[in-house]
Design a protein around this ligand. Structure first.
Ligand code: NDP
Ligand code: MG
Length: 387
């Protein structure tokens, strides 16, 4: 029996994780769950999986939940400290890190520091503090297993390979719902259009990141830290069907790709069962029925955030943290209809350009850069005015 904690249990990754766990009750036991403020949703999950401890980072929501489940034998914690406590539950073996954004950094780091194996969907902490996270994980020999489909693909391909034999990795990108739109047309895209990802059903933030290709930008930085590769060995390829989840080219020019229908339950099942695999009742990939897989080079002019991400990846220091925070500010402003879709790029670019990079050796350095970028980014949003 594997004892599991799910950080971000009410989200898209959380829901997919619970779907797999609920199919194998003899193999997994949910010990702890967290969310931000979705107390109703969390209550339903609690009644189904009966965890020992839960936490909501929003204290009001935590108090409401506590009242409603008073008759159950479930401890309800509250606030960011409560979330961190759940991340470190002594009996937990595997922590699914599936909070969205920078809010996942401290809980994920707490899980690593308390020696838990971490299955990582929450890419933003890796972008912000990849060096620190890896340092802490190595110190304690804590495995970090990727859930992000591209990184799961590369992780699977690299199984048994020598690191020195990697020539490069290729992260595939569907290109999102706006792949074919010109820059001018993209400016006025509606929230609904930007959220309508063609292949994946995901939370709102990553859906917008996929439409700007910032998601791929975050993923190249995530890949650097997960696989210890320099920027020159990390490429991006547009592949609209999302069947090849990513690939590795080796020094002998052999290329190995990992394929499958786009369904996050597959990489989630992989980390839950790692190093084994388990049978899933999902449809097989039928390449004959699909007929064609297509590829194209990314258009860095139409998707300038990919260029910003490569620049930031090369320069390092506090820049990745600033990139991430500026993007979070811009995406929230767009989702709240305070700026246009095309302004997301502007907020990120201007904030990154205004930053004087500093060393990012401690979590305090990273958090200070994050806070600076949120203030700066908010000012840029203010200057832009309404959409
Ligand atoms: P969702 O928005 O669907 O879910 C986010 C989860 O995090 C919810 O449980 C939410 O709780 C919780 N949360 C949000 N803010 C906070 C906070 N401040 N403190 C504590 N908890 C918080 O996101 P996704 O599931 O789509 O994505 C999660 C992460 O996984 C992201 O980093 C994303 O990039 C990554 N990822 C997602 C994929 C997908 O298919 N969805 C694929 C690959 C990576 P509440 O419901 O209460 O708001
Ligand atoms: Mg991905």
């Amino acid at each position: 029996m594997k004892h599991i904690v799910i950080l971000g249990a009410t989200g898209s990754i959380g829901t997919n994780t619970l779907d797999i766990i609920n199919r194998f009750p003899d193999r997994f036991q949910v010990l702890g769950l967290t969310a931000k403020s979705s107390d109703d949703k969390l209550e339903k999950i609690i009644r189904c999986v009966k965890p020992a401890v839960v936490a909501l980072s929003d204290p009001k929501a935590a108090a409401a939940l506590k009242r409603r489940i008073a008759s159950l034998n479930v401890e309800v914690l509250s606030g960011e400290e409560g979330v961190k406590q759940v991340a470190c539950l002594p009996e937990a073996e595997l922590v699914i890190s599936a909070i969205v954004g920078a809010a996942g950094l401290l809980p994920t780091l707490s899980a690593i520091k308390s020696g838990k194996t971490v299955a990582l969907a929450n890419k933003e902490p890796m972008v912000m503090a990849g060096e620190i996270i890896q340092r802490e994980a190595k110190k304690r020999a804590v495995p970090i297993l990727p859930i992000d489909s591209e990184h799961s693909a590369i992780f699977q391909v690299l199984n048994g390979e020598r690191h020195g034999d990697i020539k490069r990795i290729v992260l595939t990108a569907s290109g999102g719902p706006l792949l074919k739109l010109s820059k001018a047309m993209k400016q006025k895209v509606t929230k609904k259009e930007a959220l309508a990802h063609p292949n994946w059903k995901m939370g709102p933030k990553i859906s917008i990141d996929s439409a700007t290709l910032m998601n791929k930008g975050l993923e190249i930085i995530e890949a650097k830290w997960l696989f210890d590769l320099p920027p020159g060995k990390i490429d991006v390829l547009i592949h609209p069907q999302s069947i090849i989840h990513s690939m590795v080219e080796f020094i002998d020019r052999s290329v190995i790709a990992q394929m499958g229908l786009p369904d996050m339950r597959v990489p989630i099942s992989y980390v839950l069962n790692y190093p084994e695999r388990t049978a899933l009742p999902l449809p097989s990939l039928d390449l004959a029925a699909l007929g064609t897989l297509s590829f194209e080079a990314p258009d860095f002019e139409r998707f300038p955030l990919l260029t910003v991400a490569y620049e930031v990846l090369k320069e390092g220091l506090t820049l990745p943290s600033v990139l991430n925070a500026a993007n979070e500010v811009a995406v929230s402003a767009f989702l709240e209809e305070r700026i246009c879709f095309g302004d997301i790029e502007r907020v990120v670019r201007q904030t990154v350009d205004a930053h004087l990079p500093q060393k990012a050796e401690t979590i305090e350095d990273v958090m200070a850069a994050d806070a600076w970028a949120r203030t700066e980014g908010a000012q840029v949003v203010q200057q832009i005015g309404s959409c």
